[in-house]
Design a protein around this ligand. Structure first.
Ligand SMILES: Nc1ncnc2c1ncn2[C@@H]1O[C@H](COP(=O)(O)OP(=O)(O)OP(=O)(O)O)[C@@H](O)[C@H]1O
Ligand SMILES: [Mg+2]
Length: 461
């Protein structure tokens, strides 16, 4: 029954009720019968009560329920729904309220998902991030920001940036971002346990009327990049230094030779032999540098071919044997006879020459150098062990760096450039292998290399 059809009905009912009452009163008057009057009034009372009950149940109660449901929705409880058996307009209203509640709850769910996604991005971004409003109050800091500056969210949120961040450069950047209303870029150094370098970008935030609402500051860790840059600079400095020494001595001795008359043949010969040695050093250095630069190229390819370990060893051992005899060192080879695997032929040769060469160079007379080669489950193990001077523990982490030498003077005497182990490590890495070193001063050094057994495919680095 619709509301608009209900109102005339009440009206008619009331009119009929009135007529009934009036008729009752008239009859009662005429008949002087108060019993009839009582009956009429009772009937009227009952009908009125029933009507009131009907109206209360059909209209007042659902409206009350609708009001409390709407109250719940206003409070943010979007799971509130209305349940009441009604028909007509009230049913329509109830359905619409429930529909509204459902839409609101979907909307809030979407908003929640979006907020969660945003939080996940902000929290997991690799940069530190801080959001500041136009008055300078901090509104948001992410996990990375806290790991850089320490503390918890509560230490920052709601505070003025200049009260809580004590880095002058950051203050200046924020001020400039507000002042120029454009992105500002700079870099800072932060000394925690270690020295960390950061690139900071300050970006202003505008509302839809283009008014400045605040700024976001992003801190990007560039420590690794800085390290690489330092390494590159060091490398250039090292190369120049290494070249300078032999060139200076070649120039010095050749000038002396040119100035002097060449009567003293002995001295002249001595000078020429120095020039010869130094030029050999230069040649070795340049050869090593070329090898390294070839290995370091991004598209550096291994030329894989099937290698018979025995054959390779036979090719390199004669020269090394010679060197070992010269140094009074015993060179022993212990290997499975039939080892064969796919690898870069020249690379493997280079590994053997560099490692065995080092062991012979850094082992005193009557010492021993052993080469072991064996096939393990899915790798080839090459081990070079010596009873030499060893490497101090603190030098081990740096031993594969380019130009690193434990004892500069001594290794220069051996004609070393400090590139040998760097080259070995590169070759091993190109083969996706592993290199391990153990050493004890005055006891000896052991280097183990594990190369994966590669199938017959050409692999890029
Ligand atoms: N078996 C070893 N025993 C003791 N010290 C070693 C051994 N192998 C390497 N070292 C130390 O490690 C340093 C680096 O070795 P690396 O082979 O890279 O350079 P190098 O031998 O000086 O020169 P080169 O580039 O000519 O090989 C050496 O200078 C030496 O101090
Ligand atoms: Mg060496």
């Amino acid at each position: 029954m619709r509301l608009d059809s209900f109102q005339p009905m009440i009206r008619y009912a009331l009119i009929i009720l009135g007529i009934v009452i009036l008729t009752g009163i008239v009859i009662a008057q005429f008949m002087s019968n108060y019993f009839v009057l009582f009956l009429v009034l009772l009937t009227e009372y009952i009908i009125l009560m029933m009507m009131l009950h009907y109206v209360y149940d059909k209209y007042v109660k659902p409206i009350k329920k609708a009001t409390s449901t709407l109250d719940e929705l206003v409070k943010g409880n979007f799971s509130a729904r209305m349940h009441h058996p009604v028909t007509g307009s009230m049913a329509d209203l109830l359905m619409k309220i429930n529909k509204l509640a459902r839409s609101l709850s979907e909307l809030s769910l979407n908003e929640k998902i979006q907020a969660e996604q945003l939080t996940t991005v902000i929290e997991n971004i690799q940069s530190g991030l801080v959001l500041i409003d136009e008055r300078g109050y901090i509104h948001l800091v992410n996990k990375n920001f806290l790991s850089i500056f320490g503390g918890t969210e509560q230490d920052y949120i709601g505070y003025l940036y200049y009260d809580i961040l004590d880095n002058e450069k950051i203050h200046k950047m924020i001020q400039q971002t507000f002042l120029y209303e454009e992105n500002i870029k700079d870099s800072i150094v932060i000394e925690n346990d270690t020295r960390q370098y950061f690139e900071i970008i300050g970006a202003p935030i505008f509302d839809n009327r283009n008014l400045l609402k605040g700024a976001v500051l992003v801190l990007y860790d560039i420590t690794e990049m800085k390290k690489l840059e330092t390494m590159r600079k060091d490398f250039v400095a090292n190369v120049s230094h290494e070249l300078k020494t032999p060139i200076t001595s070649i120039r010095g001795f050749s000038e002396t030779l040119l100035d002097d008359d060449l009567n003293d043949k002995e001295t002249a010969k001595h000078f020429l032999s120095i020039i010869n040695e130094e030029s050999k050093r230069l040649q070795a250095l340049i050869a090593d540098l070329l090898t390294l630069s070839k290995l370091e190229k991004d598209d550096s390819r291994l030329e894989l071919s099937e290698i018979q370990m025995k054959k390779i060893v036979d090719e390199v051992i004669p020269v090394l044997k010679q060197k070992a005899i010269h140094h009074g060192v015993r060179l022993t080879i212990d290997m499975d006879q039939d080892i064969s695997f796919y690898a870069d032929r020249n690379g493997i040769k280079q590994i053997l020459i560099n490692l065995l060469g080092n062991s012979i160079d850094y082992t005193p007379r009557d010492g021993e150098v052993i080469l072991l080669a064996e096939q393990q489950n899915d790798s080839i193990r090459l081990m070079v062990r010596d009873t030499g001077i060893g490497i101090p523990q603190e030098a081990l982490p740096r031993i594969f760096e380019r130009f690193y030498r434990v004892d500069k003077a001594r290794s220069r005497n051996t004609g070393g450039t400090g590139l040998g182990l760097a080259i070995v490590k590169h070759i091993v890495e190109l083969h996706k292998g592993k290199i391990e070193i153990q050493s004890t001063v005055n006891v000896g050094t052991t280097i183990n290399i594990y190369l994966p057994l590669i199938k017959k495919t050409l692999s890029n680095h």
